[in-house]
Design a protein around this ligand. Structure first.
Ligand code: HEM
Length: 442
């Protein structure tokens, strides 16, 4: 959740179109990349992702215009950075390329569009620069540090086994709902010590945060989005008060008592709470779905390889995270005039670091569209970002995926995908809304 996200809900309420809505409305039926003039290429188009047609766009930009400028009325100038090394360079220089203006495309700084935080929240630490980011990250880091993960592994395994054992054999069900959502939501509820019976609220809030309001969509209007986020705030305010009085070793208690964060109110904390919900939910969930889709359907020979050699498990996990790239991009904002690959970046310009493209950069990954669980450099992917904001939950996500696949291999002969998945309507969250499968037990 970024400041921008909140701005987006405000914008919808005020009758503005958010940049992504504008792109989405324009983008329906957009031509393949090779039919467009270079200046008409704009990869920030939710339709390209829902229709899984983004590959050609980035391939062309990598070849012809690796630091590519677009300008739209509501968001101003933004650059698409699509090469691996350039993204590393931008991520490494947080003083020039700041996170403090938000991590998804947003309104132009200084524009008339509303830009105050809604609901009284402060930006989460993913949308902050040092020193605030450093201090707040330190506060919650113990929850996902290796020692705590070693303690969590048996519980993750137990829950994974329960979920897999409850699946119906031989009949079609939705893997996204029954497995990916269920497992990541259970994990998140554990990290927050959140009432298990209410855990689907976490899933819902996670979906709502980045949803583009549209008829029949996750949310129908900006008003609805705001109302649901207020409900989330109220729920967490209650938890916050409880943990202030009676701390445990969960994430809410860590935030409520941490030196850098204890003076913040529950409302001010909503940003960090939503960051942890989205960070820990959408991403791992979509990698779980992507792993089944890619390994068992798109590249079934890789599944056979894994069955024959389970020693490939860890590399498979990295490769699936590369191939899926569950967050397509993160944004930075230039704090001064500068150059990138000779292109003139102006102060206040936004830069979108397209991880989906870096992870298919021909200079680093041969045949990047192909899943290859023996790929020697799979773990060099940029799906977790790079530099000071490098994903805090990366080890937890890898652990969940490894445990899931260990338990899948020990009980299922096959997983058969029944039809192509439905995909998320977003150029930020690169994921799946439905994946019908049939499982065959051993
Ligand atoms: C496959 C799963 C995941 C992916 C692909 C992913 C991706 C990312 C990326 C790209 C960033 C960097 C943002 C930037 O540079 O601006 C990030 C940061 C972060 N992630 Fe993850 N994430 C995943 C899982 C998780 C999990 C399970 C958690 C929580 C328990 C989590 C919590 C965070 C947090 C708190 C940050 C902010 C770190 C900071 O700003 O210092 N993530 N993640």
């Amino acid at each position: 959740m970024s400041q921008t996200t909140t701005v987006q809900s405000q914008a919808s309420m005020a009758g503005f179109r958010t940049p992504e809505q504008e792109q989405a409305a324009r983008g329906r039926g957009v031509a393949p990349a090779h039919e467009l003039a270079l200046e008409d290429i704009n990869p920030l188009n939710a339709h390209l992702f829902r229709e899984n047609r983004w590959h050609g766009y980035f391939e062309r930009l990598r070849r012809e215009d690796p630091v590519h400028l677009n300008e739209i009325e509501t968001a101003g100038r933004y650059w698409s950075v699509v090469k691996y090394d350039d993204i590393k360079a931008v991520s490494s220089d947080w003083e020039t390329f700041s996170s403090a203006e938000g991590i998804t495309l947003g309104f132009r700084v200084g524009s008339d569009a509303p830009n105050m935080m809604q609901l009284g929240s402060r930006p989460p630490f993913i949308s902050q620069d040092p020193p605030t980011q450093t201090e707040q990250r330190k506060t919650v880091r113990p929850a996902v540090a290796p020692r705590n993960l070693a303690k969590l592994e048996p519980l993750i395994r137990e829950r994974t086994v329960q979920v897999l054992d409850a699946l119906p054999a031989g009949e079609t069900f939705d893997w996204v709902d029954r497995v990916s959502i269920e497992l990541t939501t259970l994990m998140l509820a554990t990290l927050f010590d959140f009432p298990l019976e209410d855990r689907r609220k976490l899933t819902r809030w996670s979906d709502v945060v980045f949803a583009i309001p549209e008829p029949g969509g996750v949310v129908e209007s900006g008003e609805q989005k705001r109302a649901e986020l207020i409900e989330c705030l109220q729920y967490f305010s209650q938890l916050w008060d409880d943990r202030r009085r009676k701390p445990g070793d969960d994430l809410i208690s860590m935030l409520a008592h941490g030196e850098a964060t204890r003076d913040m109110s529950a409302a001010e904390h909503l940003g960090n709470v939503l960051l942890l919900i989205v960070g820990g939910n959408d991403t791992t969930r979509n990698t779980m779905s992507g792993s089944v889709y890619s390994l068992t359907h798109r590249f079934p020979e890789q599944f056979e390889k894994l069955v024959a050699n389970p020693g490939l498990m860890r590399n498979m996990v990295s490769e699936v995270i590369r191939w899926q790239t569950p967050l397509s991009y993160m944004r930075r904002t230039a704090t001064r005039d500068c150059e990138l690959r000779g292109r003139p970046i102006r102060k206040h310009d936004q830069l979108l670091m397209w991880y989906v493209s870096a992870n298919r950069d021909e200079d680093v990954f041969a045949n990047g569209d192909v899943l290859d669980i023996e790929r020697p450099n799979a773990s060099r992917h940029l799906s977790f970002g790079y530099g000071i904001h490098f994903c805090m939950g990366s080890r937890l996500a890898e652990l969940q995926l490894r445990v899931l696949w260990e338990e899948i291999l020990s009980r299922f002969e096959r997983i058969e995908v029944q039809e192509e998945p439905s995909r998320t309507f977003s150029s930020f969250v690169n994921g799946y809304t439905r994946l019908p499968v049939v499982i065959r037990r051993k």
